[in-house]
Design a protein around this ligand. Sequence first.
Ligand code: FAM
Length: 432
Amino acid sequence: ITELHSILEHKIASRLEQVHRLKYTYGSVKIEDIKIEQIVKGMRGMTTQLTETSMLDPEYGIRFRGLSIEECQSKLPKKYTQPYVEAMIWLLLTGEIPSESQVETMRKELASRSFLPMHTEEMLNSMPTSLHPMSQLSMGVLSLGHRSQFDKLYNSSIKKKAYWKPMLDDGLDLIAKIPKIAAIIYRNTYKDRIVRKPDSSADLAESFGRMLGWDDKNFYDLLKLYINIHCDHEAGNVSAHTTHVVGSALCDIFKSYSAGLNGLAGPLHGLANQECLGWLLNLKENVGDYPTDQAIADYVKKTLSSGNVIPGYGHAVLRIPDPRFIAQLKFAGQMLPNNALCNLVAQCYKVIPQVLKEQGKAKNPFPNVDAHSGALMYSFGLVENDFYTVLFGVSRAIGCSVNLVWDRALMFPLERPDGLTITTMSEVCKKK
Ligand code: FAM
């Protein structure tokens, strides 16, 4: 991991120069005007963040360090059909495509950190199984904080410029340990409370799959795909933004990401994948395994007229079918061509956008990532849909951690925007 440190040292130095220029040379340049409606409508389309790891283009979708999902799949070192999660972590951290040996270095580093402290296991084992798995996950992550190198060194005489080093240490710890936390939650909540140890000879996805209880290389492949496509989605989404804001107060990564996970647990964000599968199974029950397009359209209209959204459709930024959805559609087509549930997802993709367009409300009538992930997990036997957001949380730990490392490396300040009362804003408007 010394090699990773020296690559990062080098990259950080040049980025710091750029940030310095942005701050002091171009500080007064205006990039956009803010409209009142943007403030009232949840800051849509308002640029408020600087981020290194990924960019979301409304008309193209996500690019991880400039690479599309397909480019990641073809360029990053892989096992079976999908890139190693370790390769994605390296890419997000450094912006470089890792060699096989760098992937192996990352694999060993994470494997060596994958054990949990005793108190975390004891706490998880004492949780009521009726507590939502996301609440258990958030507490599990928070409980890792007693080991925070960042907290320890912050209270010593470490210089601000070097904060990223303990942050990286903590970030690797979080990424390495969160699969075991998730596996304990899964086995305790739905199975026999017996959890296998992390497999130090396997890669992260395979070891996670084994701990969950699967012995199936296609399932490990699905986990690799799932973790890679969910790991980061620019800076403004609820979980990434929350993690970043809490981290800006110089909280350690465990407190910051625990807060981010609570945001991920919301039904308009990560929990949508749980809701999505529920909706899909209800659809299947109502229209059967091989419905007509019209039967699906009628069911969608019924959902809309009862005042509900169609989970898995629409997006705050995207204006095209989510490439993360398309990647899963392809995976299902290759691995499970005769699976009725996945085929229903594909049929919905043909029907629902037209119905949403006719309704005329959603700015984006196309499927997002959540429209497929539950059906894939379900088809591989992971049927407990209130666990799905935990899988999302295991993955998003990567993007959120890498971003916090870079936030500290670039010495970003405390984030503290201004607010106005409704009366004051109304008065400002009247004067215009
Ligand atoms: N079904 C029905 N109506 C929808 C809709 C959908 N899938 N998506 C948007 N709309 C409605 C929306 O409720 C709003 O109606 P009102 O004006 O009555 O409030 C209107 O269309 C305009 O919304 P928008 O500007 O297109 O979307 P937003 O940026 O406000 O919200 C989402 C974006 C994702 C919250 C919204 O599309 C939605 O609720 N989708 C269903 C839930 C979902 O799939 N969430 C997962 C998002 C995912 F990417 C993630 O974070 N994991």
